[in-house]
Design a protein around this ligand. Structure first.
Ligand SMILES: [Zn+2]
Ligand SMILES: [Zn+2]
Length: 273
């Protein structure tokens, strides 16, 4: 519980947390980018998700600046949780006495809650009045790459991280599980914006796995705008009828299958922002 109870002021905690997150994020994303987009690009050519707008250096520069703002506003959520903990208002514990299965169940619960939070905020941010002011920042990247993962408007950067505040306030929760959910969220975001489909084709036949989102799933959201709003899972899109109907066909094509031709996939001209 050092993180929560140390003598550091909230400003010191926030500054340290932001710096650590930024260094870790750019190191990790940089390594993934080099590996997938440079070193293995030829070997993975068949798994590149095609798009009509190839990204360039100006896009990456814009994404890096947006990411710094997103991380800064994401730090506000972390500082808020520490402040609430010190005021005795959260239900956070160290979770050291939690058996592994309890931590596992809690992690799944957090991912489902985060997915729900994201889906509905995402739908709201696609409302025309909000879209052009906030979410359009993320959608300026039509051809995604790992640097797109946290390229958001500052306000969205806060919204995306704020799901953890009601959880810390209302649900008895282990700090370790909460942090694990943040790590899973980061990895999921990078995979969603990889620009390459690395999952095997049988993924969509696997009973549980098929309900997860994928790089193809989210790339279709960037190219078509009006569907596939989910973060980790496909549940909400299926339930609300917002899953893009070509998803499974395009996934089979991008994951190395021969069932659907790679030419003429569902990637269409994006609507003007
Ligand atoms: Zn969107
Ligand atoms: Zn995205």
């Amino acid at each position: 519980m050092d993180l929560l109870t140390s003598d550091a002021s909230l400003v010191q905690f926030g500054a340290t947390s932001f710096f650590a997150q930024a260094v870790n994020y750019f190191l990790f994303v940089g390594v993934v980018f080099l590996l997938v987009w440079k070193l293995l690009a030829k070997a993975l050519a068949g798994r590149r998700i095609p798009t009509r707008f190839d990204f360039g250096l100006p896009q990456v520069k814009r994404e890096v600046l947006n990411t710094l703002l997103t991380l800064l506003l994401g730090t506000v959520s972390a500082v808020a949780i520490v402040a609430l903990y010190r005021a005795g208002l959260t239900k956070l514990s160290s979770g050291e006495d939690w058996p592994w299965w309890q931590s596992g169940l809690a992690l799944v619960g957090l991912l489902v809650f985060n997915d729900t939070w994201f889906y509905w905020w995402h739908r709201l941010l696609h409302h025309p009045k909000l879209f052009k002011h906030v979410h359009a920042v993320h959608h300026r990247s039509v051809d995604v790459n790992p640097f797109t993962s946290y390229s958001f408007h500052a306000a969205e950067g806060f919204i995306l991280g704020a799901w953890s505040i009601p959880m810390a306030l209302l649900v008895p929760m282990s700090l370790q599980v909460l942090m694990a959910a943040q790590v899973v969220g980061l990895l999921n975001n990078i995979v969603s914006h990889l620009g390459y489909e690395l999952l095997p084709r049988w993924w969509l036949r696997a009973p549980l796995l098929k309900w997860s989102s994928s790089a193809t799933y989210h790339s279709l959201h960037h190219s078509q705008f009006n569907g596939n709003y989910g973060l980790f899972f496909r549940f909400w899109d299926r339930l609300m009828g917002t899953e893009l109907k070509d998803y499974e066909r395009v996934f089979r094509a991008e994951s190395g299958g021969a069932e659907a031709p790679r030419e003429g996939t569902a990637l269409t001209e994006p609507r003007p922002l």
